[in-house]
Structures are given as C-alpha cells and as structure tokens.
Ligand binder design. Structure first.
Ligand code: BGC
Length: 439
C-alpha cells in the first residue's frame, strides 16, 4: 500500500502543508499515480445514517402535517449503534480517511445544555477511526440543527453565529485533539444554488407550507432550517451562515490552532454554453462571498455532482444521449476536475474533495464514474492544483433528505430492516484505486 500512514496519523497541518507529498512510481507506468499521503475516503452525515435524531429540526419537519419529506428518517442506517461496522467497511475498502458529522442536536439538546455522553460517543468514534488507520474528517454541522435553534429563526437569528461558535468551542474542547481535518459547515451555499438551478414549484410550495406549520407548532414567527428555507429568506440566511463559518472556525482554532479547518462548498462545474454566457455572473452569485471568506481557511472542501452549461438566458438541458442520474441531471465525469480547477483558481487554497458521487440504481454507472472522474482530477493535479484528498459520497445508501430512501448514493447497500451493509461492485473499484494510490 503506497498511502503514507505516518502522514495520515500525523493528523495535523502537515497533512495539508504538502510536506509529505512526493510522487511515487507506479508498477503500471500508464496509471495515474496519486501523491503519497493522498486522503482516500468515504463520507456520511449524522442525520442521514445515525437514525432517531429526534431533537433535530429535520426530524421535526419530517413528522409535520403537512411535510415536504417523502418519508421520515426513522432508524436510518442505525449508525448510531453500528458505526463500528461502518468504520470496518471503510477500512476493508482500503480507505485511509472517514468523513462524518457530529450532530449538534444530540450534543446541545437544549440551549447551553451539553451532553457529555454524546460528546463521549463522538470521541469514541474518532478513536475508532484512529485505531483502524482512518483519518477522522469531522463536519461540525451537516445541515441539521437542534429544533430549538431553527425555531428561533435558525441562521436568520442575529445571535446564530455566536450560538454556533459556542457549540463549536464546546465540541472542539472534547474532540479536537483526535480530529485530523475539521469543517464547520456543509454546503452553506446550497440553498442559493438550488434557487438558481430551479426546484419544482410543487416542492417549493410543500416546503413553504411545512415551514409555516413548523412555526405555528413551535409558537414562533419563523422556522428556518439550513436545507429548508423559503426563497425570500435565502440571502439573509447566507449572511448568517458566513458569520457562523467565521465564528465557528475561530472557536475551533481557539482550542487547537494547528488543526486544519475549512468548509465544504456545493460546486457545480459551471461552463459557458454560448456567447455572453451567464456563467461568470452565476459563479459570483453562488460562490463569490464564500470563496472570499474561505481565503482565511486552511483548505477548501469541494462537493461536486454535475456541470451546468449557461447560455445568456439560462441553463442548457443535458445533451442528447447523456447518461442521467436519478433526478434526470447529466452525469459528466470531468465535472469534478472542472469544479476543483475553479475552486483553486478563485481561492488559492489547497483542495479536498469532500463529496463526489452519483445517485443511481445502476451501480455500474458509479463504478465507471469513479475512475473516469479521478483520471480527470489527476490531470488537474498535474497542472499544479494541490488536491489533498477524495471522499466519495457516500459509504452507504442513506436518507436523502426530502426524497427519503429513494435515491441511492452508496458504495454499500443497507437492508432497511436488518441494517446489513453489503458492498456493491463500485466499492471494489474505489478500493482498488485507494490501495494502489493510482487509477
Ligand atoms: C449533501 C449530502 C447529500 C448529497 C447527495 C450533498 O449535497 O452534502 O447530504 O446527500 O449531496 O445529494
């Protein structure tokens, strides 16, 4: 195995400083060989896999009448209990990194009231990663918030960034010593991206009715969740999230200054689809402020699933004959490298691919996409772009938010009643690449 375990276990700034980076020679001269110490991982998020996140805003929204959620998350993959199996799977696949999130709603079930038992739980998970040679990449907030937080207006509330920083500081005091890489927020730009790409009106109406019911039932003026907000609230929410990232980063750094901290952005590979393209305007609307604030971070997390070709009036449909994902969007393997090139050019930061994958029932599509996208990513690295790792979304088929358990993103399937995990053929494809550190 060519992955440098020392670099992984060092778990600190050296991971990102490029100190351990040097090309190794491959047994196969035509293979795209990744640098020593490259982080190979799979990603999950607490609410989507743990199950019974009953104190969260999202659990509450799932159970409202009316709700925009197709079904409730229920037991999810029961990873709150079965997380050891998840780590064993990641290890078996030859990965050296596991990206997961800690659930704020479990850690701070009431304002200012922290659960030592839940902090201990996450500390045991972090130790479990280390024991298996997996670098723990920990997201402090992957969309879900405590119900009490969102009932107070969520990220629109003027105190939101202070409240988030307090939680980050408390969690970091318990956990930061073992973490290899930390991210504050997952895809804080998502709502703006979705607004721009255009969601079906029926879904937007259902969401509006659900948020109204949530506010009424909570006895508050506004209920706002990170991945469920009405169009008119999205810009103010971005302001709150930008402040929260800054404050959260400061709080984590105050506990352990050398811990690499960043955030994950949802980044489409935006391309010009004709003269006077809207592309640059879209880029500045969707990522501009975020890339500015990220400049003070240690790295930028890139999450890419597709490309968008912009004309002077809007987005082009997928080209004829394109392979489509579960939602009808084009699957385009070079989109990851395109998004990474832009993210680095605009921020100057080292990049970690914190999510990339595809929602499809046909695992052979995933198995083909992984090497095809990684070959393109390696070309971008050969141009000089510092990419430190690749996390596939997701380790497991899991709860895909409003769409419930329909869309399948996992390298492994999960039986909905026995919770038995079963690697799909695509998992072997990623495993082979990770083990050889080469495509
Ligand atoms: C999110 C995940 C989600 C995935 C697939 C990302 O936007 O971070 O929570 O499941 O994409 O849609």
């Amino acid at each position: 195995m060519t992955v440098d375990r020392r670099a992984v276990l060092a778990g600190g700034a050296a991971l990102l400083a490029g100190l351990e980076w040097s090309e190794t020679t491959s047994a196969n001269p035509t293979a795209a060989q990744f640098p020593r110490g490259f982080l190979w991982g799979a990603a999950t998020a607490g609410h989507q896999v743990e199950g019974n996140n009953t104190n969260s805003d999202t659990w509450f929204l799932e159970h409202l009448q009316p709700s925009a959620f197709k079904e409730p998350s229920g037991d999810a993959c029961n990873s709150l209990e079965l997380w050891r199996q998840d780590l064993d799977l990641a290890k078996t696949l030859g990965l050296n990194t596991y990206r997961f999130s800690i659930e704020w709603a479990r850690i701070e079930p009431a304002p200012g009231e922290y659960s030592v038992a839940m902090l201990d739980h996450y500390r045991t998970m972090i130790e479990g990663c280390r024991e298996r040679g997996l670098a723990p990449m920990v997201t402090f907030n992957h969309f879900t918030c405590p119900r009490w937080f969102s009932a107070q207006g969520g990220w629109l509330n003027a105190t939101a960034s202070d409240v988030f920083a307090r939680y980050c500081e408390r969690a970091a005091r318990h956990l930061a010593a073992g973490i290899a890489v930390a991210t504050t927020l997952n895809e804080p730009n998502l709502m703006r991206l979705l607004r721009s790409l255009g969601l079906p009106p029926a879904l937007l109406n259902a969401q509006r009715a659900m948020l109204q019911a949530a506010a009424t039932s909570s006895g508050t003026a506004k209920f706002v969740a990170a991945n469920a907000a009405n169009a008119e609230d999205i810009d103010s929410m971005m302001t709150g999230l930008l402040a929260a990232h800054r404050a959260g980063r400061g709080a984590i750094k105050s506990v352990r200054p050398e811990l690499p901290v960043g955030m994950s952005l949802a980044l489409v590979d935006d391309q010009a689809g004709g003269p006077d393209s809207l592309r640059d305007a879209k880029r500045s609307e969707l990522y501009g402020e975020w890339l500015e604030v990220a400049k003070a971070d240690d790295f930028l997390g890139v999450q890419n699933y597709e490309r968008a070709r912009w004309t002077n009036t809007g987005r082009l449909p997928p080209p004829p004959g394109a392979t489509l994902n579960w939602s009808g969007a084009e699957i385009y393997a070079p989109s990851l490298a395109g998004a990474v090139r832009y993210a680095h050019a605009a921020s100057g930061l080292p990049i970690i691919v914190t999510e990339h994958g595809v929602g499809t029932e046909d695992d052979s599509v995933r198995a083909a996409l992984i090497p095809a996208a990684l070959i393109e990513l390696k070309k971008a690295m050969d141009e000089g772009i510092p990419v430190r790792g690749y996390m596939h979304w997701s380790l497991l088929d899991n709860f895909e938010w409003v769409f419930g358990y329909g869309p399948k993103f996992g390298l492994c399937s999960v039986d909905r009643t026995t919770f038995v995990r079963k690697p799909k053929p695509s998992a072997a494809v990623l495993a082979r690449i990770a083990r050889h550190n080469a495509v």
